[in-house]
Every structure is written in structure tokens, then in C-alpha cells.
Design a protein around this ligand. Structure first.
Ligand SMILES: Nc1ncnc2c1ncn2[C@@H]1O[C@H](COP(=O)(O)OP(=O)(O)OP(=O)(O)O)[C@@H](O)[C@H]1O
Length: 626
């Protein structure tokens, strides 16, 4: 799993860009400015790579190919088609984005090694195409291709201050574009994809599409970097581009800090300053020293230079009494997925846990909802190789009821929820509100009103509680990412609706307002479970499936979750919940079904089932708490 991705880097990015804009006042030497130009060109590519790895969780060795495509297309349309330079750069950027989208769509299903090998050989193909005879009419083959001079008035954009500020503008544009992407729906959805693809799919996110979008954005940005490289070097040949550039981009992102946008810019400046610093020593010593320093930075500051700078600034501000706490970020997604050792109000000093309405105790008897079932399962069967996880399960859940599924470990409870939400193919029939949804994919079932949570919440650590819920609040994740990034009224309206739905879900669950804008990585496990429920609820479902919402929680937090489910029930949402805690089941459930070895042992009112001797043997005897 990759490191966290940050959400609060707008101001640091602006500051760093300002410093780079002012740098020529201090860095006056031609060769020193040249180093900064190269650093900014690579920073453009690295920022795109950071979106790909740090924010969407993908991997690619192919970024140098998009550098090359941007550069060659820009140069070729100027030489061969006599295009003005601005449309030529746009053509270079679009061509790189298009190829990245096409190539990306081939590779997104591959995991780490597949992507590494695939993108590596993609690079070999690209180098062959550039240097070979097939495209030599356009690329000049091994003879190379001259980059026609680009001028504004009498000023050449290929040298001096004009080159510097042209590249600076390209970098500022790339940073702004990538930051904007991380803020819009598509960017937030990509971050859920990085966290957990199955969870993302259940939230209605088109996993494949969001991954390809991130690939295209990274490709476009690298293409822009390539255009700037073309301006800088003035002549393109097969030697201008190579796999080493992709490796350097990875080093820059690692040194600067993955998932921070601003880190790679810092990393690029550091990286090329270092290259320059050792340039005067003998070639072999320079290579050795350079490698050792990069190694030391990566090992000692494994969260990257940006994190180091940020922590330093926080400490300074804290020392000066500005009251900015020195926050130690959680270790990562694994940390939040693990059950909290200590839960309850004291788990985060000074922050109230979700309101605990009452302790877990049986509620007063009320009539069990009757009427036609909202959910009907007929003969549901699932085999995992030789393991019969579900062996013909029938179940009926009435509209408006809270129905608990209980049973020992391995009984098939989660598999049953997976069958209902569409994650797990099964034999038999799943009928929702009279319609057979058995053949429908996850996204369509969600649109028909089925939402769910998972045993481990898989929230995005660096999004706030409220933002995490917002991702689940979009009725659909379709639509153009370009329109979203442009902030057009139609997408703003959609965002507003999602925000309102998210707030309604948070209010329904009584989640304390003071915790709405806290990063999910800093929430207690009980709070994360609440946010997970709110995220599923934000889509205004008919049927809410909850997979062990009390797992890993203490008594008080279990009471809070029970209170939340009662709120959900009052809002008219039907709930099917897996639970191990007998007191919790007694309090919230109208009816109860017991699974054992993939079969229904018994089903009935919670009061009857929980006093059934057979159930007590299987369930309570197997570790349930009374
Ligand atoms: N992807 C899978 N591949 C192979 N076997 C699986 C898979 N998922 C579940 N199983 C097996 O299917 C059976 C039912 O598993 P399931 O997770 O549904 O049980 P459960 O009742 O939810 O258990 P728990 O309370 O421990 O979560 C178990 O024997 C489990 O090992």
C-alpha cells in the first residue's frame, strides 16, 4: 500500500511557486538558472506521476514516453504542418493524454509487477518508434528533429528569463491542474479507489474509468513537461528520452514526498541541485556521492522532504505559541483499518465520541414490520473451490425492518452480503422490491437502492469525515472530469446536492459537528464506523447492508452505533446487519436469521431466536456476548 495523500497543500504549493518565481533575483548565474529550468521541467512530470501514484494508487514506468510524445508532437506539427507554437503545445499535451488514456486502459487492471513490466516495455516500443524508420518522416528517426524557435516579439522562449518563466508557467499550470483534480469529485473518487477498489465500486465509483482518467491527467502533464524540454534543448533525438527519466521521476517523487503535489516540486529542485553540486567532482565520485545522498534522504526521511519541512514549520509555529499542534500522521490506511485498541470517548483526548444515547439494552417490544418483502433471497448458493460458503439460503426482509444476521465465524454472513450487493456472483435469486436484480452489476444495484458498509471502513485518511461521506453521496459518478475541474454550474449543482446529502446523513447519525472536518485518519474506530455508515446512507438507499458495524468497538461505542441504526430505521431505511454482539442484536433487531455452515439454522423475531436453545449453542457458545 502506498503512503497517504494530502489534501491541504494549496498554500505551500503557492509559496514554493512564488519562491521559484523570485529565484532568478538571487540565482543569477546562467548555468544555475539552467539547473532550475531542468528541475522545473522534471517537476512538471513528477507532479503528474504523483497524481498517478500518490492519489490514485497506480504505477507506471512510462512517464518518459509521454514526455517524448509531448515534445515530438509539438516539434513535428511546427516543422511539418507549420502550426503556431501555442496550438502545437496543446497538440503535444493532448496527444500525450490520449496515448496515456489508451495505454492506461490496457494496464489499469494489472497489479504492481504487471504495470512495471508493461510500462517498461511500452518505453522500449516508444524508443524504437522514435528512432526507427516507421515514423522517421515525422520524428527524423536517428537524425533527430529540430525544434523551431518560439518567440514573442523579439524574445526567444528557448533561452534566458523568457525560457525560465515559460517553464515556470507550465509548472504553475500543472500544479494548479493537479491540485484542482484532487479537490473535485473525480479526484476524491480516485483516492477511494486507491484505498480499496471494492469499496469504491460499492460507492458507485467506476473504478476503471477513474484510473484511466488519472492516467490521462498524468500523461497530459508529462506531455507539457516534454514540450518544455523541447523548448529547452532545441533539438530532439532518440537519446533525448529514456527509461532513466522515468526512474528519475520516481526518485524525485520519493525524495519530495508521495501524495503531496508540492513534494515532487521540492524533490525536483533538491534532486537537480544535488546533481549540479556534485558535477564538479570526478564522474565516478559524483555518481557515488549523489546516489548515497539520495539513498540517505529516502531512507531517513521516508515521508519525503515536504513532510520534513512541514513538521519543521509546525514545530516552529508551536514554539512561537501559535497553537498549531505538531500532528504525527497516522501510519497509513492499515492503521485506520485495524480495530482501535482503546475506543470510546477517551480514545481521542478532548474530542467527544459520537453521542451515546443509551447503553446497549433490549428495546421495548414493538410490532415487527409486515407487508411485502423489500428483499427476497431464494436459494442463494456460493462455492469457493471446495468450500460451500452458502448452501441454498432463503431470506425475506420486510420494508422498514432491522434484520440481524448472526452466526459463528465462517458461517457465510459476509458472503451473503456480498451476494446481495453484487460483489459476489451466486446461484439463486436476489429480488429487490419485486424486481430480480440477480444479474445486475454492483453499480446498478446501488442505483436501485442497495448500499453497504464493510467490516473495515476503508476511509480515505486525508479526507475529512465530511468529505468521505460526500464521496458516497453522488447518485452517480458519471460525467466529465474536465467540466468538474472547470467548476461549471451543472457540476457545482451536483456537488451541492452531494454536500447536502452528506450533511443530512451526518445529522441523521448524530455525528458531532466538531468532528465533521477532522481527517478520517484521526478519527477513533467508532467514529470511522459511523462515517462508513453515513457514507452508505448518503446515497439515500432503500436497503442498508451493514457488515459487523460493532466489530472492534467498546460497549459505549456499540451503544452509539445502535443509536445510529435506530435513527436510520426511523428514517424509513430497511437495515440488514451482521452482528456478533447479542445485546446489540436484542436492542436493534426486529427479526433475526441465524446462519451456520452456509445454511439458515433458524429465522424469526429477535426475542424468539435469541432464546432458542439451538441458537444459544451455536452462537453464544461460539463466542457471542450476552
Ligand atoms: N474469497 C474467498 N475465497 C475462498 N473462500 C472464501 C472466500 N471468502 C470466504 N470464504 C470462505 O467462505 C466461508 C464463509 O466466509 P464468510 O466470510 O462469509 O463467513 P462469515 O460468517 O462472514 O465469517 P466472519 O464472522 O468470520 O466474518 C468461510 O469458510 C471462508 O473461509
Amino acid at each position: 500500500m502506498l503512503t497517504r495523500a494530502r489534501d491541504d497543500v494549496g498554500r505551500p504549493a503557492l509559496l514554493l511557486l512564488l519562491l521559484l518565481a523570485l529565484a532568478p533575483l538571487v540565482v543569477t548565474g546562467v548555468s544555475d538558472q539552467g539547473i532550475l529550468v531542468v528541475a522545473m521541467i522534471y517537476a512538471v512530470g513528477a507532479v503528474g506521476l504523483d497524481v498517478l501514484t500518490g492519489y490514485s494508487g497506480q504505477f507506471s514506468f512510462g512517464q518518459f514516453v509521454y514526455f517524448a510524445i509531448g515534445a515530438y508532437v509539438m516539434a513535428a506539427v511546427r516543422v511539418h504542418a507549420h502550426w503556431p507554437w501555442v496550438p502545437a503545445i496543446i497538440a503535444g499535451v493532448l496527444a500525450a493524454a490520449l496515448v496515456a488514456a489508451v495505454i492506461g486502459s490496457l494496464f489499469v487492471r494489472l497489479r504492481f509487477f504487471g504495470s512495471a513490466v508493461g510500462t517498461f516495455f511500452l518505453g522500449a516500443v516508444a524508443v524504437d518508434l522514435i528512432s526507427g524508420s516507421r515514423l522517421s518522416h515525422w520524428t527524423g528517426g536517428s537524425n533527430g528533429l529540430a525544434v523551431l524557435p518560439v518567440t514573442i516579439g523579439d524574445h526567444s522562449l528557448s533561452e534566458g528569463d523568457w525560457l525560465y518563466y515559460t517553464v515556470w508557467i507550465a509548472l504553475a499550470l500543472s500544479v494548479a491542474l493537479c491540485l484542482r483534480y484532487t479537490k473535485v469529485r473525480a479526484g476524491m473518487a480516485a483516492r477511494v479507489v486507491k484505498e480499496n477498489e471494492v469499496v469504491a465500486a460499492v460507492l458507485g465509483v467506476r473504478v476503471f474509468r477513474e484510473k484511466v482518467r488519472a492516467q490521462a491527467l498524468a500523461g497530459a502533464v508529462a506531455g507539457l513537461g516534454g514540450c518544455m524540454l523541447a523548448l529547452d534543448v532545441g533539438y530532439l533525438s532518440p537519446d533525448t528520452f529514456g527509461i532513466s527519466q522515468s526512474i528519475e521521476l520516481f526518485a524525485i517523487v520519493a525524495v519530495g514526498g508521495t501524495g503531496s503535489i508540492v513534494g515532487p516540486v521540492l524533490g525536483a529542485v533538491f534532486f537537480f541541485s544535488l546533481v549540479n553540486g556534485f558535477a564538479s567532482t570526478s564522474a565516478s565520485a559524483s555518481q557515488l556521492l549523489f546516489s548515497l545522498v539520495v539513498l540517505a534522504v529516502v531512507v531517513l526521511f521516508n515521508r519525503g522532504l515536504y513532510d520534513l519541512v512541514e513538521q519543521g514549520v509546525r514545530k516552529l509555529l508551536a514554539l512561537r505559541g501559535k497553537g498549531v499542534p505538531v500532528a504525527e500522521p497516522a501510519a497509513g490506511p492499515e492503521a485506520q483499518a485495524a480495530p482501535a485498541a482503546s475506543s470510546g470517548p477517551a480514545a481521542v483526548a478532548g474530542h467527544p465520541a459520537p453521542a451515546v444515547r443509551t447503553e446497549v439494552r433490549p428495546r421495548e417490544a414493538r410490532p415487527v414490520p409486515q407487508g411485502p418483502p423489500l428483499l427476497l433471497l431464494e436459494d442463494i448458493g456460493v462455492d469457493f473451490g471446495g468450500v460451500r460458503a452458502l448452501g441454498g439460503v432463503d431470506l425475506s426482509v420486510a420494508r422498514g425492518e432491522v434484520h440481524a444476521i448472526i452466526g459463528p465465524n465462517g458461517a457465510g454472513k459476509t458472503t451473503l452480503l456480498n451476494c446481495i450487493s453484487g460483489i459476489q456472483p451466486a446461484t439463486g435469486r436476489v429480488v429487490l422490491d419485486g424486481d430480480d436484480v440477480t444479474a445486475l452489476p454492483v453499480s446498478v444495484r446501488r442505483a436501485r437502492g442497495i448500499s453497504r458498509t464493510f467490516q473495515h471502513p476503508s476511509l480515505v485518511a486525508d479526507l475529512t469525515a465530511r468529505q468521505n461521506v460526500e464521496v458516497g453521496a453522488y447518485a452517480t459518478h458519471d460525467g466529465s472530469v474536465l467540466l468538474e475541474m472547470a467548476g461549471l454550474p451543472v457540476t457545482r449543482k451536483r456537488d451541492r446536492v452531494a454536500r447536502e446529502r452528506a450533511l443530512a446523513a451526518l445529522e441523521l447519525l448524530d455525528f458531532p459537528k466538531s468532528r465533521w472536518d477532522v481527517h478520517a485518519g484521526e478519527l477513533t474506530m467508532g467514529e470511522q464506523k459511523h462515517i462508513d455508515i453515513a457514507r452508505a446512507l448518503a446515497n439515500e438507499p432503500e436497503l442498508l447492508l451493514l457488515d459487523e458495524p460493532t466489530a472492534g468497538l467498546g460497549e459505549e461505542e456499540i451503544g452509539a452505533v445502535a443509536g445510529a441504526i435506530e435513527g436510520v430505521r426511523r428514517a424509513g431505511v430497511t437495515v440488514l446487519v451482521i452482528a456478533h454482539h447479542v445485546g446489540f442484536v436484542r436492542r436493534i433487531a426486529d427479526r433475526c436469521t441465524v446462519l451456520d455452515f452456509g445454511r439458515v439454522l433458524t429465522s424469526g423475531t429477535a426475542a424468539d431466536v435469541l432464546t432458542d436453545d439451538q441458537v444459544v449453542d451455536v452462537f453464544v457458545g461460539a463466542g457471542g456476548k450476552s
